[in-house]
Design a protein around this ligand. Structure first.
Ligand SMILES: Nc1ncnc2c1ncn2[C@@H]1O[C@H](COP(=O)(O)OP(=O)(O)OP(=O)(O)O)[C@@H](O)[C@H]1O
Ligand SMILES: [Mg+2]
Length: 349
């Protein structure tokens, strides 16, 4: 009974709780929140000061009394309290409609999680969602959610290969008949690309740049294949490690490609490994349909060409790759048969 009343007064909410970005989809409204997964709080009192974009702006600029943290690392919860605060904030925000009939923030939620998480990590996400106000919290593996979000026919007896390169994890999964047949979840993704750029510039030019600059370089000049980006140049600013003074430097897209080689190699090697493990019938299907890619990391110029060359399979990027997971979470909530059929883990009451 209570469940019925809550059902009328609260929303169904899909959440992509990503290492880099948190997206929230509300039934009937679409994606209403798309913010960096960053929380700023008072170091001593733990009082939350800012969440999302506002908190990200403080990164690297905060005084000693404020800590700016990313509550998720490598796709899983690194700071439980901050994650819970973030979820609570967003759940309350989407229920605060200003309508005559108030909405109660007790939604059913589906949260996308990496396929490689442990039982303990899984519970942590579920508990964070429940204590943030959800009345039911279902978890779905990210590559499955991405495939559903991209509108791929996951329930058919045909193999689908989905690669989701996020900030913290790269998820690679072969899906057939509504389930994951084989998968790899590696903790090498966008964040490691940023770190690789930082290390490359330190080694080659002896200059130090921050994480935000590294991400900017990756988004502007990042490329994975020599044919994908014409020789582009960017002027960056950093600190000379010898003199300690600020310097500017011109870097090229070819240099950024070189910096990204080892990270991208790890990802393509995992795809190749997974294909070796994939039953031959399904490999045939994938060869026919092509490998699908999603996540922010799939937006690196030419990554489709690189994966295609390494696997000798056609590759395509799904439409709007950064929202595929949250759209998939939302679709699962709208479709009771999908909610039953896909391997949704641990639907708690
Ligand atoms: N145009 C772009 N080119 C390259 N990388 C990009 C681009 N836009 C965003 N990214 C990177 O994509 C990553 C974020 O992607 P996404 O939002 O899919 O990750 P996430 O879902 O938060 O992380 P995870 O799935 O690992 O938990 C970041 O590392 C970001 O720097
Ligand atoms: Mg993701």
């Amino acid at each position: 009974m209570l469940n019925y009343i809550f059902g009328l007064l609260s929303y169904d909410v899909g959440i992509d709780l990503g290492t880099a970005n948190t997206l929230v989809h509300v039934k009937g409204k679409g994606i209403v929140i798309r913010e960096p997964s960053v929380v700023a709080r008072h170091k001593k009192t733990k009082q939350i000061l800012a969440i999302g974009e506002e908190a990200k702006k403080m990164l690297g600029r905060n005084p000693g009394t404020i800590e700016v943290i990313r509550p998720l690392k490598d796709g899983v919860i690194a700071d439980f309290d901050a994650t819970e605060a973030m979820l609570k904030h967003y759940i309350n925000l989407v229920h605060d409609t200003g309508h005559m009939i108030p909405r109660i923030p007790k939604p059913r939620v589906v949260v996308g999680i990496p396929s490689g998480v442990t039982e303990v990590e899984r519970r942590a996400v579920q508990e964070a969602a429940l204590s943030a106000g959800a009345r039911q919290a279902y978890l779905i593996e990210e590559p499955m959610a991405a495939a559903i979000g991209a509108g791929l026919p996951i329930e058919n007896p045909n193999g689908i290969l989905m690669i989701d390169i996020g900030g913290g994890t790269s998820e690679i999964a072969v899906i057939s008949l509504g389930g994951i047949v084989v998968n790899r979840s590696i903790r090498t993704a966008g964040d490691e690309m940023d770190e690789a750029i930082i290390a490359y510039l330190r080694l080659k030019y002896n200059i130090m740049i921050g994480e935000r600059t590294a991400e900017e370089i990756k988004i502007t000049l990042g490329n994975a294949h020599p044919t994908s980006l014409k020789d582009k140049i960017m002027v960056i600013r950093g600190r000379d490690l010898e003199s300690g003074l600020p310097v500017s430097l011109k870097i090229t897209s070819a240099e950024v490609r070189e910096a990204l080689v080892p990270t991208l190699r790890e990802i393509t090697d995992s795809v190749a490994d997974l294909l070796e493990e994939t039953p031959p019938e399904l490999v045939g299907d994938i060869l026919e349909r092509g490998i699908a890619m999603a996540g922010g990391g799939s937006m690196i110029a030419g990554i489709d060409k690189l994966v295609s060359e390494q696997t000798r399979m056609p590759v395509y990027i799904v439409e709007d790759p950064m929202t595929a997971v949250v759209r998939g979470c939302a679709r699962v909530l709208e479709n009771p048969s999908l909610l039953k059929k896909v391997r949704v883990v641990g639907g708690l009451r």
